[in-house]
Design a protein around this ligand. Sequence first.
Ligand code: CP
Ligand code: NVA
Length: 308
Amino acid sequence: MKHFLDIHKTGPADLRAIIDQAKATKQARLGRPKAALDDELPLKDKMVALIFEKPSTRTRVSFDVGVRQMGGQTMVLSGKDMQLGHGETIADTARVLSRYVDMIMIRTFDETVLTEMAEYSDVPVINGLTDRTHPCQIMADVLTYEEHRGPIKGKKVVWCGDGNNVCASFLHAAGQFGFDLTFAGPAQLDPEEEFVGLARKAGSKVVIERDAAKAVEGADLVVTDTWVSMHDSQSSKERRHNMLRPYQVNAELMSHAKPDALFMHCLPAHREEEATSHVMDGPNSVIFDEAENRLHAQKAIMRWCAGS
Ligand code: CP
Ligand code: NVA
């Protein structure tokens, strides 16, 4: 059974194969209508459940379109409309869903919902974001970086802002794909030590830096994300904004990076907060390529899970 739960739980060779598959399939359908089928249909006659316990635009639409392009069918389920949100155990939900569908993608709050779903499911489970990680996003980001600049191995990635779930998956990817990561943010919002340790153990240079301009020096890629994630309480908004304001990605900050440094943001963004529109819409920004590549990366992930 091949679940896609996290980047650090998937071997480097498999991760590389997924990225290469994504590149090839994307290339093969260039110019084809969006609803046209792929040449190969690894999800033919397969049903995929897409469960959302949090809002989503990109994850929801890209998984749905991706399954259809590979010949499968989807059902999009909202957590609150399922018995899962009303007391049925995750284990029972996983066992029941396994009788109807061939694959499950879930976006949830607590990571244990994902891991328990995987433990009791007879079909592959994919992590569509938890409070702790967002691996599909970073697979799309690696694909995006490599399309624009070639291999990401050995490059310097700088994460500015909150050491959140997306930052965590970047750290996992640093270890598995062999790039270095500098975190620039306030100590209160540092990434989890466990994840920093994992990346270092895998051979990545991970630097924690409080001075944003210093952090960005020599960067090949600068990344940021919202200052208040879906799992953060709204009452923490003002405190977070005050702490994170020095880490806004703007033209001045980008001037410290390499001239050809790319800018990424997983979206949705709060323009003029974590990043200025000047940077987001500037020539080095690849934010909409990242969004598009969710589709191609996830198709390759599903194909890998399906074993075809
Ligand atoms: N980046 C991302 O996961 O976007 P959605 O929340 O819209 O799915
Ligand atoms: N860190 C953000 C990512 C959204 C795609 C969140 O969890 O809300």
